[in-house]
Design a protein. Structure first.
Lengths: 193, 99
C-alpha cells in the first residue's frame, strides 16, 4: 500500500480540516431543525402571518448587521494574511461589535414576542409549534453568535498583543461566516417564506 | 496561496454589497405578494446564491482545492435535501388526513 497524499491531502492544515468538518456537522444540525420546522409547518392547519408577527424591517436590519460583520471579518482575515495586525485586530473588534449588536436586537425581538404571550408551548395564534420552533432555531443560532462574540473579543486582544497567527484569525473567521450562513437560511425559511 | 490582486479588500466589499442587494430583493419580493410557488422559487434561489457567495468569497473556498468545496456543498445540500424530501410530504399527509 502506498499513501501518496502527503501530510496535507486537502491542501490545508488539520486545524482547518477540523473546522470544516465541524461546520458541516453543525450545518446538518440546523438542516435538521429547519426540516422539522418545515414538517411542523406543513402539518399545521394554519401558521401565523410573519409580516404581522415580526417587524420585517427590524429583522432585515439584523440581517444587515450580521452580513456587515461577516464582511469586516473577511477583511480582518485578509489583513492578517498581509501581516497588517493593526487593521486585523480593529476589524475583528468591529466584527465583535456587529455580533453584540445582533444579540441585543435579538434579545429585544424575543422580549417583544414574550410580552405578547409567545412561549415554547403556546402563543396568541394557537399554533404551539410556531413559538416552539422560533425559540429553538433562533435560540440555537443566537447561542452560536454568543460563542462567536467571546471568541472574537479574545481574538482581538490576542491579535493586538501579537499572540495569534493569520491561520488563527482564519479559523475564527470560518466559524463567524458559518454563523452568518446559517442566518441566511433561518432568515429566508423562518421569517420570509 | 499566491494572489493576483494587490489589495484583496475590494472583492470582499463588493461581495458585501451583493449580499445586501440580494437581501433587499428578497424582502421586497416577500412583501410584494407573489403567488406562493413563485415566491418560494425566488426566495430559495436567492438564499442559495447568498450561501454560494458567502462560502466561496468570505470562507475562501474558491482558493481551496476544489474537492473541499465539493465535499462541503455535497454533504450539506444533499443531506439537507434528503431531510426536507423525507419530512415535508409527511407534513402535508398529516394535514390532509392521510395515513
Amino acid at each position: 500500500m502506498n499513501w501518496s497524499g502527503g501530510v496535507a491531502p486537502l491542501g490545508m492544515s488539520w486545524q482547518k480540516v477540523m473546522m470544516w468538518i465541524f461546520i458541516v456537522t453543525d450545518g446538518l444540525l440546523f438542516a435538521g431543525f429547519l426540516a422539522s420546522y418545515g414538517f411542523a409547518r406543513t402539518a399545521a392547519p394554519s401558521w401565523p402571518n410573519q409580516q404581522e408577527v415580526f417587524h420585517l424591517w427590524f429583522i432585515s436590519l439584523m440581517t444587515f448587521v450580521l452580513i456587515s460583520s461577516s464582511a469586516t471579518m473577511a477583511t480582518s482575515v485578509a489583513a492578517a494574511r498581509l501581516a497588517d495586525w493593526k487593521k486585523a485586530s480593529t476589524m475583528v473588534l468591529l466584527t465583535f461589535a456587529g455580533g453584540a449588536v445582533f444579540l441585543a436586537m435579538q434579545a429585544y425581538e424575543w422580549g417583544g414576542l414574550i410580552r405578547e404571550g409567545v412561549t415554547i408551548s403556546g402563543n396568541p395564534w394557537n399554533v404551539p409549534a410556531f413559538g416552539n420552533y422560533f425559540f429553538l432555531i433562533t435560540g440555537f443560532h443566537g447561542t452560536h453568535v454568543l460563542i462567536g462574540t467571546v471568541v472574537l473579543l479574545t481574538l482581538s486582544f490576542r491579535a493586538r498583543a501579537g499572540k495569534t497567527t493569520a491561520a488563527g484569525v482564519e479559523l475564527a473567521g470560518l466559524y463567524w461566516h458559518f454563523v452568518d450562513l446559517v442566518w441566511v437560511f433561518v432568515f429566508t425559511l423562518f421569517y420570509l417564506v | 496561496m499566491e494572489r493576483s490582486e494587490t489589495s484583496p479588500y475590494g472583492t470582499l466589499w463588493k461581495t458585501w454589497g451583493l449580499l445586501l442587494a440580494l437581501t433587499v430583493v428578497m424582502v421586497f419580493v416577500d412583501v410584494m405578494g407573489l403567488p406562493r410557488i413563485l415566491l418560494l422559487v425566488v426566495l430559495i434561489a436567492a438564499m442559495l446564491t447568498k450561501a454560494f457567495f458567502i462560502s466561496s468569497r468570505f470562507m475562501d473556498l474558491r482558493h481551496e482545492k476544489m474537492v473541499v468545496g465539493l465535499a462541503v456543498a455535497f454533504s450539506l445540500l444533499f443531506f439537507g435535501a434528503i431531510l426536507f424530501a423525507l419530512m415535508i410530504p409527511d407534513g402535508f399527509a398529516i394535514l390532509h388526513g392521510g395515513r
